[in-house]
Design a protein around this ligand. Structure first.
Ligand code: PGA
Length: 256
């Protein structure tokens, strides 16, 4: 998958069953076809993947999963593997979302294992999510925390993985709260990530970095104007065709 100028990625979380997801995507098609430089991706819950793939057939909208296991098969109850996702029509998987980290206790080590395992399948790209809690930000730990979350991944990625890697910076305190991070905070975090990448990988520039956390049509124009921001990972607003469509239009305008 070639890296695009801008990305608008919808994470439906545990919302929209097969029919509701299909209906939403049917309506969304009109918005998604407007731009070639903006990648539009959606990550439905697992049971809605196949209907989403059907609904987006023949369009540029990519369908992905909200998590992925590192092994290709085996005794791992409740998990899905990269080959299974690829066979179902997925082209990407989100890993390390803050809800996986904080509600389900997934660690940096486990998340990195998921990411590297998924990338072993050439059909799958990853969106690797990182971000600090409010407590970590307020105690001045953000930069170090982001570094820790990325360290092992950046160390172990191989050149074949670079073009299938996307980072998402999502401050935990901004997710689903309506409280969006300030432009300076976003810019600084993205610049930090770019600088960590530069320390580990010198052969190529940093992969795209998306911002996530209460993105909506009212705040996205400013956020996407930050040069280090390549797009958005969107939760709540991706469940509304109107809002998600507006985000796509804003991203398309920004990538002109
Ligand atoms: P939100 O979610 O847009 O509802 O804040 C973002 C995310 O969890 O990726």
């Amino acid at each position: 998958m070639n890296q695009s100028d801008t990305y608008v990625v919808g994470n439906w979380k545990m919302n929209l069953g097969p029919k509701a997801g299909h209906d939403l995507l049917q309506e969304l098609k009109a918005h998604a076809s407007n731009s070639t430089s903006t990648a539009v991706w959606v990550a439905p819950p697992a049971t809605s993947i196949s209907s989403a793939v059907q609904a987006t057939a023949g369009t540029a909208v990519a369908v992905g999963a909200q998590n992925v296991h590192w092994e290709s098969q085996g005794a791992f109850t409740g998990e899905l593997s990269a080959p299974m996702l690829a066979e179902s029509g997925c082209s990407f998987a989100i890993v390390g979302h803050s809800e996986r980290r904080h509600i389900f206790g997934e660690t940096d080590q486990l998340i990195t294992k998921r990411a590297l395992g998924a990338l072993a399948n050439s059909a799958i790209s990853i969106i690797f999510c990182i971000g600090e809690t409010l407590e970590q930000r307020e105690s001045g730990q953000t930069t170090e925390l982001l570094r820790t979350q990325l360290e092992q991944l950046f160390q172990e990625l191989s050149p074949a993985d670079y073009s299938r890697t996307i980072i998402a910076y999502e401050p935990v305190w901004a997710i689903g709260t309506g409280r969006v991070a300030g432009l300076t905070e976003i810019q600084q975090a993205h610049a930090d990530i770019i600088s960590f990448w530069g320390e580990k990988v010198t052969s190529t520039g940093c992969p795209p970095i998306l911002y996530g956390g209460s993105v909506n049509p009212d705040n996205f124009t400013e956020i996407i104007s930050i040069p280090e921001v390549a797009g958005a990972l969107v939760g709540g607003a991706s469940l509304s065709v109107e809002k998600f469509g507006e985000l796509i239009a804003i991203a398309a305008e920004a990538s002109k």
